[in-house]
Design a protein around this ligand. Structure first.
Ligand code: HEC
Length: 149
């Protein structure tokens, strides 16, 4: 489990002060295109992350993404396949894409799961709370980080 960004990324962004975004559910330090630190201060659980990824009531990421070998009734392809994503992106980059994909790709259809303000659509009853909790996001990061090939 990598808790910090790889040195190459840190070097690339050398001297960059962490950014903060008041639209997020808590005070998150954004460094370049990554959130290097765990939102809970602890590593997530990959097995719980797998369940959240598939669950219609929770993340339901399979609506748009597939992961090879995943046991799910349906896997969509609106988003890129996430097979091997742990080899392409650091944990911090994966975390930021789940937290706020719309900050990275302004026109994306992927929801900003850890934003409470400036959402395009607010589901009734969800105003003020992010779509996923910090713990759920860490579980998803652990699951996707393990998809290394
Ligand atoms: C409504 C469709 C949709 C849903 C639901 C969705 N995503 Fe995405 N996701 C996308 C799209 C589309 C992209 C690519 C960005 C773009 O071009 O818009 C993306 C990109 C990503 C990336 C970056 C992949 C890469 O190779 O760069 C990650 C990681 C990711 N999504 C994780 C998730 C997780 C985890 C969930 C569930 C909590 C989720 N997504 C839910 C549509 C979705």
């Amino acid at each position: 489990m990598r808790a910090v960004a790889p040195m190459s990324l840190v070097a690339l962004l050398g001297g960059c002060e962490p950014q903060h975004d008041a639209r997020l559910a808590s005070d998150v330090s954004i460094v370049g295109d990554a959130v290097p630190a765990s939102l809970t201060g602890a590593p997530g659980d990959a097995e719980r992350g797998r369940a959240i990824f598939v669950s219609r009531e929770e993340g339901h990421c399979v609506l748009c993404h597939q992961v090879e070998g995943l046991d799910a009734e349906f896997q969509g392809n609106v988003g890129p396949a996430l097979t091997g994503v742990g080899g392409r992106l650091s944990a911090g980059q994966i975390r930021y894409r789940i937290i706020d994909a719309q900050r990275i790709w302004p026109d994306t259809v992927m929801p900003a799961y850890y934003r409470t303000h400036g959402l395009r659509q607010v589901e009734h009853g969800y105003e003020g709370a992010p779509a996923l909790s910090a713990g759920q996001i860490e579980d998803l990061v652990a699951f996707l980080e393990a998809q290394a090939s």
